[in-house]
Write a protein that binds this ligand. Structure first.
Ligand code: SF4
Length: 376
């Protein structure tokens, strides 16, 4: 049984970090501070994915827009296109809005107090804390999922998440060192990723093992405990992929607000609201034009934060120009510019081949290898 915990052994964490901590493009070591623009960018990107995925996006953003002023004057469509693949496009829109506000109202410098940071679009308590601590070297509480794991194990916190958040924040606040404020959370995050991992933590090589209560009690792997999540509701929708004789697809820009706001997408319907069944009852009401729409099997499955989606895909080969209502246009397929759901839909179309591209009659012009196996 380990000795009773007196204080968190941050000196051991720093010793580990000095030997094993990662070099990341946005990371600086105390007493140097990361440019807040870089830190903020990386934190917003990291909200939805892992470090390895974020690195190329971060490098591309900072190459194209080296300062927050450059990002502020970039067309929002360029920012959204550069964000494609990171998901949650509302975050990219908020990123752009915040860049404009900081550039115009704060002379290009992020506020140095939490209250003003929280007033910026897309900045919540965690990101504001991260900027204060890792960008400005101020004392503060920065607790992400990794730090939650280390703290709940080290102190053997049995309260399930999310209820345990306040308890974990309190022990974190008590555990902070008087020195290297910006290094402390970053050291803990790296340590959590490399040693105190979600499954099979490396307790046998851990420098904290002698005083870790979770390890001593034999429950490290069971922590942090999590309250059972209710199952996500399922929604259904329909999407329409039209391909013309030039191999172009018909796309439109989604409304600025709401899911996939402002993104280029295939016309679709029925999935953005919780209680709609018109996708089943009258699927062609949402089609962009009359065509010989053919249903693909199976439906595309996608998971959003608050619901899971079964999207039925209809495809048609058409001879443009067509009388088109709405604001859509034809373009060559550009999957990398599409949000993840639309990319999946396009993949589904590409996967089912070859017949005749969905054309009833053979098209007169070449249209590449875009073709589908159609449900009879
Ligand atoms: S002893 Fe195990 S559970 Fe405790 S901090 Fe180290 S790796 Fe994590």
């Amino acid at each position: 049984m380990p000795a009773a915990v007196s204080r968190f052994p941050y000196d051991d964490i720093f010793a580990w970090y000095d030997r094993h901590g990662r070099s990341l493009p946005w990371r600086y070591r105390w007493p140097e501070m990361a440019p807040v623009y870089h830190l903020w960018l990386s934190e917003i990107m990291l909200q939805q994915t892992v470090v390895a995925t974020v690195i190329p996006y971060f490098l591309e953003f900072t190459r194209r827009w080296p300062t927050i002023g450059d990002l502020a004057v970039a067309p929002v469509d360029d920012v959204l296109a550069a964000w494609a693949g990171l998901g949650y496009y509302a975050r990219a829109r908020n990123l752009h809005k915040t860049a404009k506000i900081v550039a115009h109202d704060h002379a290009g410098v992020f506020p140095k107090n939490k209250q003003d940071l929280l007033a910026l679009p897309g900045i919540g308590p965690y990101t504001a804390g991260a900027i204060m601590v890792m960008g400005y070297g101020q004392p503060g509480v920065v607790v992400d999922g990794n730090i939650e794991r280390v703290m709940s194990r080290y102190f053997a916190i049995q309260t399930p998440l999310p209820k345990a958040k306040a308890e974990i924040a309190a022990v974190y606040a008590d555990s902070r060192p008087d020195t290297r404020p910006s290094d402390f959370p970053q050291a803990l995050m790296d340590f959590a990723n490399a040693v105190c991992t979600p499954k099979m933590p490396g307790c046998n090589i851990c420098p904290l093992a002698s005083s870790c209560r979770g390890y001593g009690d034999g429950i490290a792997e069971q922590l942090p405990r999590k309250a059972a999540k209710p199952a996500k509701p399922r929604r259904r929708g329909v999407a329409f992929v039209a391909i013309n004789q030039h191999g172009e697809v018909f796309v439109e820009r989604r409304p600025d607000s709401g899911l996939l706001g402002g993104m280029t997408a295939f016309p679709s319907s029925g999935w953005t609201q919780a209680h709609r069944s018109d996708a089943d009852a009258a699927p062609f009401d949402a089609a962009p034009f009359d065509a010989d729409w053919q249903k693909l099997q199976p439906a595309v499955q996608h998971v959003f934060t608050h619901f899971a989606l079964d999207m039925t895909v209809y495809v048609a080969g058409v001879h443009a120009p067509l009388p088109v209502t709405g604001s859509g246009w034809w373009q060559k397929p550009q999957p990398s510019q599409l949000p993840s759901l639309m990319r999946k839909i396009w993949k589904q179309v590409e996967r089912h081949r070859p017949v005749n591209g969905g054309f009833k009659d053979k098209p007169s012009d070449q249209h590449g290898d875009i073709s589908v196996i159609l449900e009879s």
